[in-house]
Design a protein around this ligand. Sequence first.
Ligand SMILES: Nc1ncnc2c1ncn2[C@@H]1O[C@H](COP(=O)(O)OP(=O)(O)OP(=O)(O)O)[C@@H](O)[C@H]1O
Ligand SMILES: [Mg+2]
Length: 404
Amino acid sequence: MAETVEVLIIDENNDTRQSLKEMLGANPGIEVIGEARDGKEALNRLSIISPSIVVMSVSEEVSESIKDLEAIVLRYPTVGVIVLSQHRDWYYVRQYMRAGAKDYLYMPVTQDILIATIEDVYRMDKEIHRRNSEAFRMGQDVHPVKIVSFVSSKGGVGRTTLAVNTAVALAASGKKTVLADFDLQSGVVSLCLNLKPSRTLTDLVHEMVEIDPDLLERYLSSHESGLRVLPAPRHPEEMELIRPADIRVVLQSLQKNYDFIVIDTSAVINDLLLTILELSNDILLVTTPSLPALHNNRELMNLMIELNYNTAKVHQIVNRATLKHGVTVKDVADTFSTDIYWQLDDDAGLVERAANEGIPFVTSAQRHRLARQIQDLAHRLQEQSAPETTGKPAAPKLKKRHRQ
Ligand SMILES: Nc1ncnc2c1ncn2[C@@H]1O[C@H](COP(=O)(O)OP(=O)(O)OP(=O)(O)O)[C@@H](O)[C@H]1O
Ligand SMILES: [Mg+2]
């Protein structure tokens, strides 16, 4: 191998770390550029150094190790992580692979196998990267999909109402649209559309080892508008079974068949939400004219800036903008130092009736002002070309905190 593959080793034991280092040091094509005792230390090191490969010895604490692995994969998706483990059970292998490991080796590992695995993972990653960039450059094989997520770190602001109606408006206008209910704990998209799904996201994630875009269709429910729906888990406890890495794979797979992927989210800030934010082209940050909503969403924006997310793809939405609660639409714009992308009227009667009947108002009451505002929002989303999902943010400067 002409190039040097730079590696970070994670192992809690000094001696094992040293012997792994010696093993790899014997190969001129590999350079160990960093060491860490655990995932936390590794994340600190990764903020300074940029290895291509992480060799991660996992501990007996499987759930902790999986969390560490996911944190690394989510924050540094271009790094190939190879897991070294004592567990020979397929159950563990699958858990680590689903969390984003590129390979899984049993300990003790021989020098030849470890080096060959590092070289293979490095070569494959490089090839995938090369093909992706080429396809992008030539405009080939890349379906111009838009992932639009409705987000807020304050509950009850209207994410579900807006996601459902916007998705139906997109589908009704002829765009191939899927609505993914990623509010894993209390998703109600199926209820809002009067659907009785036979399969949910939980079934999808657990029945399919490798997600195939065509097989995935069987897990979607159909709405009469033409919209396809990926329903949230039926029971809140199933939330534990779905990992950010699953959501990443599902979204990547859905991209192949759809023009729009609309996502409804939970107000809880966790790795899952961060994954959705990372993968979305348009993040519609929904705020109502109320101080708690403004405060929570500003905190979420601050977090995105801290994590170096591309905040240029965040659009400010003011829902129930005609409510008079002391906070005005201008206050929202001032807080985020940006224009308001879209604002929607307050119409409790229309929204509640539609939710109770399971019929989206965007089709059942097309002439209502709120329905027209949603249709226009759907048009605006179609007009704009998809912003990059990744890349450095053009971070807006946030204004001083509002008085609480
Ligand atoms: N434009 C609107 N006008 C009037 N009421 C609205 C509007 N949008 C949403 N609502 C009402 O606000 C409440 C919350 O709406 P919704 O469930 O869509 O919000 P959410 O952000 O998804 O909440 P949750 O945190 O429960 O997921 C509902 O009672 C809904 O009827
Ligand atoms: Mg909701």
